[in-house]
Design a binder for this molecule. Sequence first.
Ligand code: GDP
Length: 187
Amino acid sequence: MATWDFIQKQILLGDAACGKSSLLVRLTDNRFLQHSEPTIGVEFGSRIVEINEGDDAGKRIKLQIWDTAGQESFRAITRSYYRGAGGALLVFSLTSYSSFANCAGWLADLRAWGEDDLLVLLVGNKGDVLGEGEGAEGGERREVEREEAEEWAREEGLAGYVETSAKSGQGVEEAFNTLTRLVHARA
Ligand code: GDP
């Protein structure tokens, strides 16, 4: 049943290759593309999410999720990208400390260009590549500790921090659901 009670715009932001398109594809299509081409990034996705806890439990929200489609490589995100968005997923890769460090710059952009009441959820993606190398893919390791990400999110007054894997699907529903619920509660 494609009915919904409310519509929300959410945007994805973060360094290239941290998995933004993959998160969108996982949420909207429940698939993972191992070798996605940055140049054919998804621009837009839609999915109805049912709020699963709190006072608004059961409400159906149609999410319109915008992806940068590679524009972030040139830091050429346009004003219209931010306009009207109630929530943003600020994404970095757990396998790249620099992608985490760069979140400060992306957050500055979100604050400069986003709506005054924009809620930002920090997302550490590629959580399937955890551990001390045992079973880690291609020698990739966790480069960002959960505590450090949580602390930064707290210091910056973000809506929270979650870890996801677009590859396994772990945490993806939860990330979007959490942001949707918080944005809706504020509306
Ligand atoms: P974007 O540029 O931020 O949109 O990143 P993409 O979604 O294009 O992903 C960049 C690369 O990382 C691709 O090769 C993906 O297959 C891979 N990738 C994305 N998410 C994950 C994940 O959760 N785990 C692993 N292991 N790889 C991922």
